[in-house]
Design a protein around this ligand. Structure first.
Ligand SMILES: Nc1nc2c(c(=O)[nH]1)N[C@H]1C(S)=C(S)[C@@H](COP(=O)(O)OP(=O)(O)OC[C@H]3O[C@@H](n4cnc5c(=O)[nH]c(N)nc54)[C@H](O)[C@@H]3O)O[C@H]1N2
Ligand SMILES: Nc1nc2c(c(=O)[nH]1)N[C@H]1C(S)=C(S)[C@@H](COP(=O)(O)OP(=O)(O)OC[C@H]3O[C@@H](n4cnc5c(=O)[nH]c(N)nc54)[C@H](O)[C@@H]3O)O[C@H]1N2
Ligand code: SF4
Ligand SMILES: [Mo]
Length: 706
């Protein structure tokens, strides 16, 4: 371990990126070593609060198992035999391989892959675009980018809850922001408005902390959100509670939308969703009659065949009640005048000819508009050569063997791909399959402009504090790979690239590096002057873009492919509805299982069961339980709770066991994605989103421990 040498004790003000990021921190550095990470009381997004992951991050930085230098595989795939190499050899060999694959098979034969939004996303996309591959695989097909492209299509931009504007009613729909601090949000801001008296409506099949303190909790049948949203819209329309002025001036397709909503009367919606009619009415009235009101949502409703219809229905509910871009509603923040991600990533550099080769681009046509592909298409291309052979994959910051649906197929495909590189902090089950493993720097080990692509209007400059081994930032890796394959657009060094991002604002890295944050101006109701950035300049309740792409211009509810209603014949064998992946505060997806302070808080994967359901199978609290779907079987440990319906089972995602020292690291023991499916017929037709949340399962008591 090497660190920047120093004898003094100093406190560095920076911001954390242990998850999606955005919490201001004060890092105490003693003799060049990080001693303590604390919340920054003066930071606008977290006001001194910090989560367990931020507090424990120094244990990740200095973990003895960190990857510290580049390595080349010397044995067979998955055998765990590695040889240390230098960066020059790594860049040279990988650069040459990529160059040759492009020359021989076309750039599309190379897939760039990443996980949830990492800071290097723009660098990775820039490398891909300049290389000429349209194939960048992330999580956007079922998470966040679905929100972005849907909003882009129906109202011009993704609207964010304006906590600063003090909403008086917040709807938290399938989201747990107080634990997850996802994307542009920190839960602390929701807590403030609630503590100041804001009303709360929660839509969640589980009794979360927020559901427990809600004025109205709608405990719906998982996967039926679209029906509930249409039902609520129908009540608001029938009772005349919508903003008539806004609708008259700023809505396209209102009449058609009202007709569609009228197909969801209360009795039908209650039957589909399990939510009693009076509760639906109560929620609709409270939301529509309290001003201002906002809707806070996240990924649970996107991991569904109804993905984009769920996203747009919530935008419509905000818009029809006059809360779109209104103070305290869901608003369009203006970022500082830096380059946006599309500009820096040089999306324009990808030729139409190459773009047309995007895997699944002709199938998931809305996703293709923002260069999002769905993993199933990549596995098909690797395993069956359809529509062409994918030869190489470069994975940065993702652990698809654990985090992507149908994990057995993912494992098979990553074993089969001809050339694989993985950049990570640790040797994950995915990294074990690589030809080259690259040691990545964490947020404490690199300079960067944090959050510049989020929609909260902030940029958080973040300075390098320590150097661990030979770790390099992914920014530097892409910069260097770019140069090695002859891309001329990169600046002299990464600092030059950051300068280029800041140039439109007349700033540079040196001028911003000591600032806690930059922020664009906050102003509301911009549509009153210039309308919305859609083809009709209105909020499109009937979407002209979706119509053009040959999808239903109006939202509709579809049963998820594996539910008691769509597959009643399965119920004998798989009687329960399974939801997967509700977050736990101490882990981020498949990360952090090796961090002692965090693992101590949660040593085992947890399956939530209603006590009566558990009793039927002779399962007691704390027992290991098998959970089985048509794809496979895993085990997790029972937690009995009356906060879940008797017909529903909830498991955690992201589990592998770093303490298992064989190269498989127990990736298939408790991995939720052994159970999930990726059959293209069940994916959202516009986005390619998979039904990670809702499927059918059975349970039984497992005798052994892990
Ligand atoms: N069943 C089920 N599966 C799910 C979900 C679910 O709800 N249910 N949720 C899904 C969602 S929403 C998402 S976004 C995906 C996330 O999927 P992933 O992004 O693949 O998940 P992570 O485990 O966060 O990240 C994988 C790896 O990135 C490494 N890493 C972290 N930061 C960096 C970095 O800066 N550089 C590099 N090189 N490596 C880094 C970590 O060490 C970790 O091994 O999971 C999805 N999977
Ligand atoms: N600590 C921590 N923070 C994280 C992450 C993490 O892994 N750990 N992951 C990050 C990522 S990439 C993401 S996408 C976000 C996700 O953050 P959120 O969007 O908040 O998602 P979840 O916590 O997965 O799910 C929220 C709630 O959805 C409920 N739910 C499940 N199925 C349904 C359904 O069918 N309908 C409705 N209405 N609700 C349902 C669950 O019970 C759960 O309480 O969190 C981010 N932040
Ligand atoms: S919520 Fe995320 S950014 Fe904030 S302290 Fe925790 S890990 Fe860091
Ligand atoms: Mo996500």
């Amino acid at each position: 371990m090497s660190t920047i040498a120093s004898n003094e004790e100093k406190i560095v003000r920076t911001n954390c990126r242990g998850c999606h990021g955005g919490c201001g921190v004060l890092v105490t550095v003693k003799n060049g070593v990080i001693d303590k990470i604390e919340g920054d009381p003066e930071f606008p997004t977290n006001h001194g609060t910090l989560c367990s992951k931020g507090l424990a991050f120094k244990q990740l930085v200095y973990h003895p198992d960190r990857l510290k230098y580049p390595m080349k595989r010397i044995g067979k795939r998955g055998e765990g035999k590695w040889e240390r190499i230098g960066w020059d050899e790594a860049f040279d060999t990988i650069g040459k391989k990529i160059y040759n694959y492009k020359a021989q098979f076309g750039a599309e034969s190379i897939v760039l892959a990443q996980g949830t939004s990492r800071e290097f996303e723009s660098f990775l996309s820039r490398f891909a675009n300049l290389l000429g591959t349209p194939n960048v695989m992330g999580a956007g097909y079922m998470c966040y980018l679905s929100r972005v492209v849907t909003a882009l299509s129906v109202c011009g931009k993704l609207p964010i809850v304006d906590y600063e504007g003090d909403p008086k009613c917040v709807v938290v729909w399938g989201n747990n922001v107080v634990w997850n601090n996802a994307d542009e949000y920190t839960g602390e801001n929701l807590m403030r408005v609630l503590n100041e008296g804001s009303k709360l409506i929660v839509v969640d099949p589980r009794l979360t902390y927020l559901a427990g303190r809600a004025d109205v909790w709608l405990q719906l049948r998982p996967g039926t959100d679209t029906a509930l949203m249409l039902g609520i819209a129908n009540v608001i329309i029938q009772e005349g509670l919508y903003d008539k002025e806004f609708v008259a001036s700023h809505v396209h397709g209102w009449d058609d939308f009202c007709k569609r909503a009228s197909e969801y009367p209360l009795d039908k919606v209650a039957q589909i969703t399990w939510v009693p009619q009076d509760k639906i009415v109560e929620a609709a009235r409270l939301f529509a009659q309290t001003k201002p009101a906002a809707i806070q949502w996240g990924v649970a409703i996107e991991q569904s065949i109804n993905c984009i219809d769920n996203d747009r229905m919530l935008i419509y509910l905000v818009a029809m009640t006059g809360n779109l871009d209104a103070k305290g509603g869901n608003v369009f923040y203006t970022p500082p005048k830096a380059q946006n991600i599309g500009q820096f990533a040089k999306h324009d550099a990808l030729t139409a000819e190459q773009r047309a080769k995007m895997l699944g681009g002709d199938i998931f046509r809305l996703a293709a508009r923002i260069n999002v592909i769905t993993p199933k298409m990549v596995w098909n291309a690797i395993l069956n050569g359809e529509p062409y052979q994918v030869k190489a994959m470069m994975i940065h910051g993702s652990n698809p063997v654990v985090t992507r649906e149908n994990a057995q197929e993912v494992y098979k495909a990553l074993n089969a791909v001809e050339f694989l590189t993985v950049s990570d902090f640790f040797m994950t089950p995915t990294a074990e399959l690589a030809d080259f493993v690259l040691p990545a720097a964490t947020w404490l080990e690199a300079d960067y402009l944090g959050g510049f692509f989020f929609r909260h209007g902030y940029i958080f400059p973040r300075k390098k504090i320590v150097q661990i081994g030979e770790c390099k930032s992914d920014f530097e890796m892409f910069h260097e790979f770019g140069k090695r394959v002859g891309q001329e657009d990169w600046e002299e060094n990464v600092e030059g690239d950051l300068d280029a991002i800041l140039k439109p604002a007349g700033l540079s890295w040196q001028t911003v590096k000591d600032l806690p944050f930059l922020r664009g101006p906050v102003n509301y109701l911009k549509h009153e002057k210039k309308g919305f950035s859609t083809p009709t300049k209105k909020v499109e309740f009937s979407s002209t873009i979706l119509e053009q792409l040959n999808y239903d211009p109006l939202p509709t509810f579809k049963e998820v492919p594996e539910s008691p209603v769509s597959r009643p014949e399965m119920l004998d064998e798989y009687p329960y509805i399974l939801i997967t992946g509700a977050r736990t505060p101490v882990f981020f997806h498949s990360e952090h299982r090796m961090v002692p302070w965090l693992r101590e808080l949660q040593p085992d994967p947890i399956v939530e069961l209603h006590p009566e359901t558990a009793a039927k199978h002779a399962i007691k609290d704390g027992d290991w339980v098998y959970i089985q779907s048509p794809r496979g079987k895993i085990k997790q440990r029972a937690k009995l709770t009356t906060g879940i319906d008797k017909r529903v089972v909830a498991i955690q995602h992201g589990w592998w066991f770093p303490e298992v020292k064989t190269p498989d690291h127990g990736w298939d023991i408790s991995n939720s994605n052994i159970l999930t499916d990726n059959d293209p017929k069940g994916l959202d037709a516009a986005m390619g989103a998979s039904n990670l949340r809702v499927l059918l399962c059975n349970i039984s008591r497992a005798e052994e421990k892990k």
